[in-house]
Write a protein that binds this ligand. Sequence first.
Ligand code: ZN
Length: 311
Amino acid sequence: MRTRPGRHGPQAGVRGRVVAAFGRHFTVECEDGSTRQCYPRGKKGTAAVGDWVMIAPEGPSEGAIDSVLPRRNLLYRSDEMRTKQFAANVDQLLIVVATEPDFSDELVGRALVGAINAGIAPLVLLNKIDRPAGLPAARARLEPVAALDVPILELSARDAGATRAALAPRLAERTSLLLGQSGMGKSTLLNALVPGASAATQEHSQALGAGKHTTTSTRLYHVPAGIATGADLIDSPGFQAFGLQHLDGPQIVNGFPEFAPYLGKCRFYNCTHVHEPGCAVLQALEAGRIHPQRHALYRRLLEERELGQRY
Ligand code: ZN
């Protein structure tokens, strides 16, 4: 029983937001605050955490996802093997790194390219400044990022009060996605901002009868109003790789905003900015106005796309 589009009778669908994804099962938070376990109708199960959806309620606590409403953006990664959706309708990407252990500047660079292409503002969180031995090296590794005017906040997530004070104004009234390699203290940070988040995740998995392998799924949390107003935080696992094979050449270039002043100034209109004579981007690289690591990443992304190889 479904009403015609535009009608809002008693059988009309219910609007909600996807707050957790377990394979093809989704938890949807309806606008009255209740949650329902939902499955996608049909075979196209493309909903992501953060999506707004229309569902048809079934029984007291279940439902079918009839449609995914138009999304503002979707951050995902892809290589030739698979595609992984991180989250949809995201305002800000929080990339968590730490003074120790070493983080992958490659992953950070790739996440920036993905975020910029999806229209998501990046913010790097340099965690564990209470362990300062690695701080100078970490700052040095972040130099190519800092040169892009991407904000970098230094903090210690173990100091929950200071972390909340530093992040509250940046989280308020926005949906932020949290990514970080294991060991960077992402869980500690999440628990500082959403007390009890880990416990809630376990409870949720048990309620679904989910096994151990699904306990680390993407989830959307509401940051308590006493910590930040109107802030939603999406925690996503799976930051061990960040393939960008879904980006075409112009999109890859777009992921490097520092190239922008030189585009259109190369000798050849179809310049790839890799080897061509008279390339304005390569001249800027040689003059030190573009960071060599960033240009090296650009070349790798182009090569991966051409060769269809995993990195
Ligand atoms: Zn060029």
